[in-house]
Design a binder for this molecule. Structure first.
Ligand code: UT7
Length: 340
């Protein structure tokens, strides 16, 4: 059988502070009713000052490794997908590696909300190619740090969380195919304008609120549905799987209306679609692994189930993956011993 990568562990870590929709009624001109109707969100988790992206990611990593029954020392690579890194330099993954006490490869992946699935496809490819045996992929965000509290269209939307999976070499279940893409000509519809090379931080950028996220919501919405549907169809086509054979659709949790529109176009029934946006809002790179981790923890996936993961985000980037759920038989999989 072909060597590929399977998910052998999953986990998540979320801030303890829960913020309901009514909080925003006192901050901006909005209502609980509007937020629920237009987004499906009822509450989200917001990080306290001492809760950071690397801290949440490290807690999620601990949970993932515990669930997999694997020691951190045997990791070959840590991938942290994030749009809200711990610092600009060094990479968030360096802090996570330090928290885990390891010196393996560690990189950040910036592909907006699509980052986790990008990481999954890249990590799985490195395993399939024989370079690595075990890759930890975590999506981690503290979006509350870059949301403008005065902007009602974004303040109500985003939440904080970290979640991820462990990928291990497999000759049984695992990742079948992926599809990655970007349309950089649409970069401006979802961006943080300042703080980078193009527009370094200055008194002017701070005064202009340019370090906060800016979004053309309707335009993102329109492109999102198309991107999820097209990319899912490409990934399914490559895997030779019909959408009627998808057991579980795990979409990006950005807006319940986007999930519904994409699900209907892909002809996947609601009872086969994993949704938890009502409790977490849009957690960007953490949203798919958070939905996946909760569903796996609840025992919703059976061995052999076909999962479709699909997401879109800043860039505009999109990413889809098709996989067979289940853990490989570690004894029969020819693993190298690349322990550090
Ligand atoms: O992870 C990827 C990142 N982002 C997304 O996926 C977001 C995609 N977009 C969306 O989810 C939706 O576009 C939003 C939830 C952001 C906005 O919903 P919408 O139904 O597209 O609203 P809209 O932008 O068309 O605005 C309709 C009205 C506007 O008022 P006017 O101009 O008609 O008077 C907005 O100013 O709703 C207003 N509005 C609000 N009203 C109450 C916008 N935000 C709010 C709010 N409360 N929080």
């Amino acid at each position: 059988m072909n060597r590929h990568a399977a998910i052998t562990g999953w986990g998540h870590a979320v801030p303890t502070t829960v913020v309901g929709n009514t909080f925003f009624e006192s901050q901006v001109e909005t209502t609980d009713e509007w937020i629920v109707e237009r987004t499906g969100i009822r509450e989200r988790r917001i990080a306290e000052p001492e809760e950071t992206t690397a801290g949440l990611a490290s807690a999620a990593a601990d949970a993932i490794l515990r669930r997999a029954g694997v020691a951190a020392a045997s990791l070959d690579l840590i991938v942290i997908a994030t749009a809200t890194p711990e610092q600009t330099v060094p990479q968030t993954a360096a802090f996570v590696a330090d928290a885990l006490g390891v010196h393996c490869g560690a990189l950040d992946l910036g592909a907006g909300c699509a980052g986790f699935v990008y990481g999954l496809v890249v990590g799985a490819s490195a395993i399939a190619g024989g370079t690595f045996e075990r890759v930890l992929v975590v999506g981690a965000e503290t979006l509350s740090r870059i949301v403008d509290p005065a902007d009602r269209a974004t303040a109500i939307l985003f939440g904080d969380a970290a979640a991820g999976v462990l990928l291990e070499a497999s000759e049984g279940p695992g990742l079948l195919t992926g599809d990655l893409g970007v349309d950089g000509s649409a970069a401006g519809i979802l961006e943080v304008p300042a703080g980078g090379s193009r527009r370094p931080a200055s008194a002017e950028t701070v005064a202009g609120r340019e370090h906060f996220v800016r979004m053309q919501g309707q335009e993102v919405f329109r492109r999102a549905v198309r991107a999820v549907v097209d990319s899912s169809e490409i990934a399914l086509g490559r895997a030779g799987v019909a959408s009627s054979d998808v057991d579980w659709f795990v979409p990006h949790q950005a807006n319940l209306r986007i999930i519904e529109a994409a699900r209907q176009r892909l002809d996947i029934p609601p009872e086969r679609t994993v949704v938890n946006i009502e409790r977490y809002g849009n957690t960007s790179a953490a949203s798919i692994p958070l939905a996946l981790s909760e569903a796996a923890e609840a025992g919703r996936f059976a061995d052999g189930d076909t999962l479709l993961l699909s997401r879109f985000g800043a860039g505009m980037s999109w990413a889809s993956a098709v996989l067979t759920w289940g853990r490989p038989d570690r004894k029969s999989t020819r693993l190298n011993s690349s322990h550090r």
